[in-house]
Design a protein around this ligand. Structure first.
Ligand SMILES: [Zn+2]
Length: 331
């Protein structure tokens, strides 16, 4: 994955268009689209939808389950959904479904999203993969205008790479980050605010669904599967630091109370996971990745493996992604 990230960075540097995107990424982000993908397909969705660096703020959902209501899924709705409301000019929210997901999952998820107050977008678009053509088609009871917008989005189709189901990446929702590639293709990807995963909570459907996903994933060849928790930033550009990490250093200024409570929890867990208590955005981003690793250890699916004498630090590895170039370094 590290080698691939260097190769891709060289390709980016050779292209005029991609160089401009990197220059903009060093200054900040202002995505126009908020996308919720399934964990399984997230690594591919940017390719299928033709979305490049800076285009979309990302979140993920557990495939096969309808989107839980906001109070049952605070780390999605109080996290990336609420955070993305602060970008000016954001025009749509997109939720994608795999071809084998039942209609009930599709309809319920779209209605949960439409009724949510944190999103504040003119268009909410549901897209489901067609198993024959491999293209997305518009689904749900969307307004005529929404379907027209969906048509424009799905026309940008480009052929996706294979999915590497041996690797699961946890990455910040930041629009400037594209999922890294492995030697086999696009890894499965979880995208959350700051790349933070909360600890397992039996009363929270959001974490129970994730545990269900992890259990199914780890059912076979668990010793060969790896999770990579990623921190991100850039040593030369303060504006390229992780926004969630920065916000968690001082959350008192956040006006949205739902978002503030999530950012506070991220900050608390980060401090517990990293005893050095440094106060730069860089060190906080790494502390959040450590918190994610520690919290993943509380999921029954993961603790079942770590009980078999595989270390948590082996199952969940840490890496650092440069926000601007996408280059990875192990941590
Ligand atoms: Zn970030």
């Amino acid at each position: 994955m590290i080698e691939k990230s260097r190769e891709l960075a060289e390709t980016r540097a050779r292209s005029f268009k991609l160089r401009i995107r990197m220059q903009n990424a060093a200054k900040g982000q202002n995505p126009r689209i908020f996308v919720i993908s399934s964990i399984q397909k997230c690594g591919q969705d940017n390719q299928i939808l033709g979305l490049g660096q800076g285009d979309a703020f990302w979140a993920t959902r557990v495939p096969g389950f309808p989107l839980p209501a906001p109070e049952e899924s605070p780390f999605l709705f109080g996290g990336p959904a609420a955070y993305s409301s602060h970008f000016h000019g954001k025009v749509m929210a997109v939720i994608t479904f795999d071809s084998d997901e039942p209609d009930s999952v599709v309809q319920e998820s779209i209605s949960v999203l439409s009724e949510n107050e944190n999103l504040r977008v003119p268009h909410i678009i549901g897209l489901q993969l067609d198993s024959v053509s491999g293209h997305y088609r518009s689904v749900g009871q969307g307004k005529l205008m929404d379907r027209a917008v969906a048509g424009v989005l799905t026309r940008q189709y480009s052929e996706p790479l294979e999915i590497d189901e041996g690797v699961l990446v946890v990455l910040c929702s930041d629009s400037r980050l594209l999922p890294p590639m492995t030697s086999k293709g696009a890894p499965m990807t979880i995208r959350t605010l700051g790349g933070f995963i909360p600890s397992y909570d039996e009363s929270l459907p959001e974490t129970m669904n994730l545990d269900d996903f992890l259990t199914r994933w780890l059912e076979q060849d668990s010793s060969e599967k790896r999770i990579v928790a990623m921190a991100h930033g850039n040593p030369d550009a303060d504006a390229a630091a992780c926004g969630a990490a920065k916000a968690s250093l001082d959350s008192s200024e956040i006006a949205d109370s739902f978002l503030r409570s999530i950012v506070e929890q991220i900050g608390d867990d980060a401090m517990r996971a990293d005893s050095s208590h440094e106060t730069t955005a860089h060190s906080r981003a790494i502390a959040i990745a450590k918190a994610t690793r520690r919290n993943l250890g509380t999921y029954p699916a993961i603790s079942a493996i770590t009980k078999k004498r595989i270390l948590l630090s082996e199952v969940v590895q840490l890496a650092y992604m440069d926000t601007v170039t996408g280059i990875l370094t192990p941590y």
